[in-house]
Design a binder for this molecule. Structure first.
Ligand code: DX5
Ligand code: ZN
Length: 229
């Protein structure tokens, strides 16, 4: 297993100082950017212009999580702008395969996300065209919610399929990840951990990232990667 990746979510950061907030988590693997349109989810955050500015403000690869309707139309520009990974919601996509193709053609990884009540089984075929799977462990829309352990079954299924060569995706989890929950997610087989309030609510966000990574790495199947600091 590769080292666990930690992706702080700037949803819990100070939006008036995003460049500084990105600099506060310099050691992060990805910077998670939650794009919400007040339609797919009942909250509104930021869009492409802010992402373009962030791309100029930080070297951390951007992990754009699009909680928006009609990602077929709106997702590719995030990839064209230079986002590292662009994730769309399975529930919102009209032509998920077409989206993956467009994202990859624009040079990004293609990510597919499933809400807590969306069965993974319905999307296994489509996932063959994707690079990352984002399992939501809260209902999307807000930071600071409680982790839903029942979604770990989906993580286990995905992990098994990846480990047996039936699927090639990086398994990412988003929602309620903290010092209390990161180990159970790691045990289930998560590769990349998104954490908003646990990072930006900490006195030292950079330290919180390192601590989460160390905790995740200390748990099987990531046991061998504790040296990454
Ligand atoms: C929720 C967002 C998450 C959020 C996680 O819809 O997708 O990325 O920022 O925040 P925490 O880690 O506080 O649950
Ligand atoms: Zn997110």
């Amino acid at each position: 297993m590769p080292a666990p990746l930690i992706a702080p979510s700037i949803l819990s950061a100070d939006f008036a100082h995003l460049a500084d907030e990105a600099a506060a988590v310099t050691g992060s693997d990805w910077l998670h950017v939650d794009v919400m349109d007040a339609h797919f989810v009942p909250n509104l955050t930021l869009g492409l212009p802010v992402v373009e500015s962030l791309l100029r403000a930080t070297d951390i690869p951007l992990d754009c999580h699009l909680m928006i309707e009609d990602p077929d139309r709106w997702a590719p520009p995030y990839a064209e702008a230079g986002a590292h990974n662009v994730t769309v919601h399975a529930e919102a996509a009209h032509d998920p395969r077409g989206i993956a193709k467009d994202l990859r053609a624009a040079g990004a990884l293609a990510g597919l996300s499933v809400k807590p009540n969306t069965p993974l089984e319905d999307w296994l075929e489509v996932l063959r065209d994707y690079d990352t799977l984002l399992v939501m462990s809260v209902e999307p829309g807000f930071g600071g919610q409680s982790f839903m352990p029942e979604v770990l079954e989906k993580v286990r299924t995905a992990r098994r399929l990846v480990d047996t060569g039936h699927l090639q995706v990086l398994v990412e989890i988003d929602g309620g990840i903290s010092a209390d929950t990161v180990e159970q997610a790691a045990e289930a087989g998560v590769d990349c951990f998104v954490a908003g309030s646990a990072v930006y609510g900490a006195d030292d966000p950079g330290r919180a990232v390192a601590a989460l990574r160390q905790q995740a790495a200390g748990v099987s199947p990531h046991r061998t990667s504790a040296t990454r600091e």
